[in-house]
Design a protein around this ligand. Structure first.
Ligand code: HEM
Length: 372
């Protein structure tokens, strides 16, 4: 008997490829925001910790931390709002697997809502303190722990959904949803891959911040140099962790990934972008560029890297599920084209609106960001 619940009798209202495309685009945007949040938070916390110590250049570090903390609550709004669309598309495509895994660890899954609120509050408290020149590193550390836990819960759910072989035993052991899955060799590397990606993004984000005029010149050159070096260390770590994620996949999945032109090119795209980030990081680490162009270059490579790994990750999921008898492409489809057209028009308008908001924000009259 299949471990997957019976398929919903209501047909899909649009082709699978369209849902997949929308899922990949929106998940890429969600991951970019998540990485900025995780990495930015970790770096700001370290800068505050070392900025609070005597010696070195504590004020410089506190000012650099402030340039990050004041943006983190905004980043969080993007994390949440850009997380909703891929959640909806994932439920449409993988509902039978995804609902099962989230119900099995229901207590942890539902706790994400409370953790999110706690994280948001901590981000505001952290920033308010840093803006007054206080090194509130412990608030940052608490926020890092909460955000890291949310990421861990997401990784656990997304890994459990492709392991139907453990569902029955888990449910028999406890139907309360408070029981975590048995160990999986891919879980920790997968989670660490996201955390390392956070530091890559934080590094490139700091190079981008170095191009902002409202930040003091000495802080800008500090951000560019540190950001470049951080990106180099983080991207090397990420490549090593990716090696573990890849080689811990079952043989069948590995062969499928290599045999598929789409997944292979996605993996290679990520690898090439990682190489370009490495080169940009080395250059920024030494030259400390404070131009907007340098920042945009790093951000573009970061976006391409995430796009590559989102497609590759999708391949890991589809091939693993296929090996367990779940073919995401096998669905009854009755396309309602007028609804699809309306949805796409609204979706494009929504993206254009976000782009416009970002554009307005970037063109706004800069306010000096010196805090101490
Ligand atoms: C601080 C907040 C958050 C963090 C740190 C975070 C982090 C993550 C991480 C690490 C993953 C990848 C898990 C893996 O595959 O290993 C993930 C996936 C995902 N997140 Fe978030 N997330 C956050 C908030 C949200 C919110 C609020 C939503 C939705 C409302 C959301 C929706 C999703 C979805 C839908 C996926 C995976 C989709 C898929 O696999 O198809 N996330 N998130």
């Amino acid at each position: 008997m299949s471990a997957f619940p019976a398929v919903d009798p209501i047909p899909l209202p649009a082709p699978v490829w369209l849902f997949k495309l929308l899922h990949i685009v929106t998940l890429t945007l969600h991951f970019c925001a998540v990485e900025l949040l995780l990495g930015g938070l970790l770096v700001a916390t370290c800068l505050c910790f070392f900025g609070g110590l005597r010696g070195g250049a504590p004020l410089l570090r506190l000012n650099a931390a402030a340039s990050l903390t004041r943006r983190l609550p905004i980043v969080m709004t993007y994390v949440i709002n850009l997380g909703v669309p891929p959640l909806l598309f994932a439920q449409v495509l993988y509902g039978r697997a995804f609902y099962t895994s989230s119900v099995l660890i229901g207590a942890y899954w539902i706790s994400v809502i409370l953790l999110l609120m706690a994280c948001y509050w901590l981000l505001y408290r952290f920033d308010a303190n840093v803006a007054r020149g206080r090194s509130a590193w412990w608030l940052g550390l608490l926020a890092v722990l909460v955000a890291g836990t949310i990421a861990r819960i997401y990784s656990t759910t997304m890994t459990l959904m492709i392991r139907p072989e453990v569902w029955t035993a888990m449910y028999s052991a406890s139907a309360m949803g408070n029981y975590l899955p048995p160990p999986d060799p891919t879980l920790t590397p997968r989670w660490l891959f996201m955390l390392a990606g956070g530091l890559v993004f934080a590094g490139m984000g700091m190079v981008w911040l170095a191009g902002r005029n409202q930040i003091e010149a000495s802080v800008r050159s500090y951000l560019a140099g540190l950001g470049g070096k951080l990106a180099v260390a983080a991207v090397i770590t990420q490549v090593l962790v990716a090696h573990f994620v890849f080689h811990n996949q079952p043989d069948k999945v590995l062969k499928g990934l290599v045999a598929s032109p789409l997944y292979l090119s996605a993996g290679l795209t990520w690898f090439a972008a990682a190489g370009l980030i490495l080169l940009t990081g080395v250059w920024a680490g030494f030259k400390k560029p404070t131009t907007a162009a340098a920042g945009w270059l790093g951000v573009t490579f970061g976006f391409v890297a995430v796009l590559g790994w989102v497609v590759f990750r999708d391949g890991i999921r589809d091939l693993t599920l296929l090996g367990n008898g779940y073919d995401v492409w096998q669905r009854t489809i009755v396309t309602n084209w007028s609804v699809v057209a309306l949805f796409l028009a609204l979706f494009a308008a929504g993206l254009a609106m976000i782009g416009w908001l970002v554009w307005v924000m970037l063109r706004a009259k800069p306010v000096s960001e010196k805090v101490v």
